[in-house]
Design a protein around this ligand. Structure first.
Ligand code: 13P
Length: 248
């Protein structure tokens, strides 16, 4: 039985003090959650966030990392740095990073391997553009992203893996994928992972992301193959995020 996981991707929002305040608001609202809850604030907020997350059921995630442990990579942050702060999850290959920061399936793969080797759990994002969807290419695009991004893993790592299916046209647009469309692609992703790694694919948690909000979460999360959500905008509002968590 896969345990649902709701993660808030705060993107480039909140200062450290604002992060503390938002988490303070979220904490009591999700204390009785029956799913896993993760918040992913910006790097500079992670130490402050960790202090307010102590003794709560909320876990800490980062939004990116470099695959090397250290070195001449100005502006980058590595897995050991995140680990020392108490980060447990790391979003890898978000479409905004692919689009604006030249992230490729190859760099995604290096990051995923590095994350696992430092005992961080990667949340690997895949998804098609509107143009690709309209051209009937969704499956091809997602298959390529999954096969390349997740190659060379050990079965024991696959077991802990989290994938987020985030169709790019649904991100920040208020236009979510229909629950059945999202479920269809998520099942397709699991079938690809089964092809790569066998039955351990049944243990991989696959989230949906893209305009998930307090109104549509219950319907999306009720789908049999959807194991949670990666939430952007709505994760910045304590009450909305808590409603999504409680929809599990
Ligand atoms: P929105 O929920 O704002 O559409 O963002 C989704 C997303 O990109 C989460 O990673």
């Amino acid at each position: 039985m896969r345990r649902a996981i709701i993660a808030g991707n705060w993107k480039m929002n909140k200062t450290p003090s604002e992060a503390k305040s938002l988490i303070d608001h979220i904490k009591p609202l999700v204390a009785d959650a029956n799913c896993e809850v993760v918040v992913c604030p910006p790097f500079v907020c992670l130490p402050a966030a960790k202090t307010v997350l102590e003794n709560s059921n909320i876990k800490l995630g980062a939004q990116n990392m470099h695959w090397e442990e250290s070195g001449a990579y100005t502006g980058e942050v590595s897995a050991p740095m995140l680990k020392e702060i108490g980060v447990e999850y790391v979003i890898i290959g978000h479409s905004e990073r692919r689009q604006y920061f030249a992230e490729t399936d190859d760099t995604v793969n290096k990051k995923v391997i590095s994350a696992f080797s430092h005992e961080l759990i990667p949340i690997v994002c895949v998804g098609e553009t509107l143009e690709q969807r309209e051209a009937g290419k969704t499956e091809n695009v997602v298959k390529m992203q999954v096969e390349k991004g997740l190659s060379g893993l050990k079965v024991d790592e696959v077991r802990r893996l989290i994938v987020a299916y985030e169709p790019i046209w649904a991100i920040g647009t208020g236009r979510n994928a229909t629950p059945s469309d999202a479920n269809y692609v998520i099942k397709f992703i699991r079938d690809i992972i089964t092809g790569l790694y066998g039955n351990v694919a049944d243990e991989v948690r696959i989230q949906y992301g893209g305009s998930v909000n307090a109104q549509n979460a219950a319907e999306i999360l009720a789908m049999p193959d959807i194991d949670g959500a990666l939430v952007g905008g709505a994760s910045l509002k304590a009450q909305d995020f808590a409603t999504i968590v409680r929809s599990c």
